[in-house]
Design a binder for this molecule. Structure first.
Ligand SMILES: [Zn+2]
Length: 494
């Protein structure tokens, strides 16, 4: 488990958090929990550690599965293990509970006995943040209940991984505010919804219509001009007045929120938006990249579109992975990166030609094989009760061995004229394993003979298959060792 290091103080500017009401105060009474909206995570988004007091602690009762439609969550919270979990309410916390489209933080709590406990999720219950603390075992639960007793001093923190996860979420969330504001003010496109997807996928905003490449470039250029200026971000809080409106994305304040605080996130000169998420104090590091197309979404009676975006750590990750894809491909093709598209289309063209040549040659070969069979059939032809019976086996590593057997059977039935016949065609790959597939085909001039031969293959050799009329086909999985058995079977058929 990671240890809590001594961390440098937060660099969030002191005017990031602004109380704009003369009567609102952040509760200082240690036995009460600060409501969501005023948490340290929201007052100071770069703070990684806070010493605080336990307000309440309970053993978690798993909540019954929600009735009705399952809601699709963009980023699923880390799943809770099947073991006792503690629900801990603290006076204050740097661990953000999910909200505003932003997923829960993960984090750590250090107790007075020096133990460090993992916080798997934090959730807002009404107006308060609840930490879901992993205990490990029954014995741990008892000692946890002691060190998490109300009034105990603990330290809540974000470890390196927790902070990296949070920093990515903040980068995408603040970028979404910037993007939605520009779409609305420059193109009159409201944001219908947005999704903070799991790292490293691009996030998206949903707008009422598709966008042209020119529109996307316009918004991206404008966003990056503001990023270059390093516009500052701050939050304003006051008592909640549910009638007040601002630009909100998709949905208004959650109906179960009881914290009593109205919080607005402001990007200087660009946007004011009610939101409870954690936001960076400046957009200076949020170079925005918009994927240069929108995906249209057709629903019952509306058509909207998704615009995907990247910034911060995800943009770096995207650049690294796309660079690696391109570098690997250009190395395989032995050409410089700019030549990759041309070389790939060349390879695809050559492949098409090669495929056609294989098909042509297979047809030609099928005719030759069939001609040889016809001459063989001619030997006994004319004798009373004569049936030409033959097993043809092939070794074939091509992609469509059954197609080739079909080509042989078509060529043969075209040429055979009136001689009664029964052919069993089989094809196996050259190297056989327990997972390799042998294809089997039966063709003949009498449908009853074909049927009974197919049935015998099924019952004697466990070939799976079926057929109709003069053709039966099937396959066998595993190492094919029935060459002689097929010959014996053919001889026995009258
Ligand atoms: Zn937001």
């Amino acid at each position: 488990m990671a240890t809590v290091a001594v961390l440098s103080p937060s660099t969030t500017p002191p005017d990031y958090f602004r109380i704009v009401s003369p009567t609102l105060k952040v509760p200082s009474e240690k036995s009460t929990s600060i409501p969501v909206g005023l948490l340290a995570a929201q007052r100071d988004p770069l703070l990684r550690e806070i010493e605080t007091t336990v307000v309440a602690c309970n053993i978690s009762q798993p909540s019954p599965a929600p009735v009705g439609k399952k809601t699709k969550k963009a980023v699923s919270a880390p799943t809770l293990p099947n073991e006792p979990i503690l629900e801990v309410i603290l006076h204050d916390t740097v661990i953000f509970p999910e909200g505003g489209g932003q997923p829960t933080d993960t984090g750590l709590i250090k107790t007075s006995d020096g133990r460090i406990w993992s916080v798997l999720q934090a959730k807002r219950h009404g107006g308060h943040a609840v930490h879901y603390v992993k205990t490990g075992s029954e014995a741990d639960v008892q000692s946890a209940l002691t060190v998490f007793a109300a009034g105990s001093i603990v330290t809540a923190s974000l470890g390196k991984e927790d902070f990296d996860r949070r920093y990515d979420h903040m980068s995408m969330h603040t970028s979404q505010h910037l993007l939605s504001a520009l779409l609305e003010t420059r193109l009159n496109l409201p944001t219908l919804s947005w999704s903070l997807t799991s790292f490293p996928s691009p996030c998206y905003v949903e707008v009422p219509r598709g966008m042209t490449v020119e529109e996307i470039v316009l918004i991206q250029t404008e966003a990056n001009r503001l990023v270059f200026e390093g516009r500052r971000v701050h939050t304003e809080v006051e008592e909640l007045d549910r009638d007040k409106n601002g630009r909100s994305v998709g949905k208004a304040l959650p109906s179960d929120y009881t914290g009593g605080v109205n919080r607005v996130v402001v990007i200087d000169g660009v946007d004011r938006n009610p939101c409870c998420g954690t936001h960076l104090p400046s957009i200076h590091n949020l170079q925005l990249f918009l994927l240069p197309h929108t995906d249209s979404m057709s629903r019952s009676n509306t058509t909207s579109a998704r615009l995907y975006f990247l910034s911060g750590p995800r943009l770096i990750d995207y650049l690294s992975s796309t660079h690696n894809f391109l570098a690997n491909t250009s190395s395989i093709l032995s050409c410089g990166a700019p030549l990759v598209p041309e070389r790939v289309s060349q390879v695809v063209e050559e492949r098409k030609k090669a495929d056609k040549r294989v098909t042509d040659l297979e047809l030609e070969l099928a005719k030759h094989i069939s001609t040889a069979l016809i001459s063989e059939a001619a030997v006994g032809s004319g004798n009373d009760g004569y049936i030409f019976k033959k097993h043809v086996h092939r070794t074939d590593d091509g992609g469509n061995p059954l197609g080739f057997l079909s080509a042989i059977s078509f060529a043969f039935s075209d040429q055979i004229a009136n001689t009664p016949y029964l052919l069993i065609l089989t094809s196996t790959p050259s190297a056989q394993t327990t997972t390799s597939t042998t294809v089997v085909m039966v063709v003949g001039s009498d449908d009853n003979l074909v049927k009974s031969t197919g049935e015998a293959l099924k019952s004697q050799m466990a070939v799976k298959g079926g057929g109709k009329g003069l053709k039966w086909s099937g396959k066998y999985n595993g190492v094919w060792k029935f060459g002689n058995a097929v010959d014996t079977l053919l001889k026995s058929i009258e």
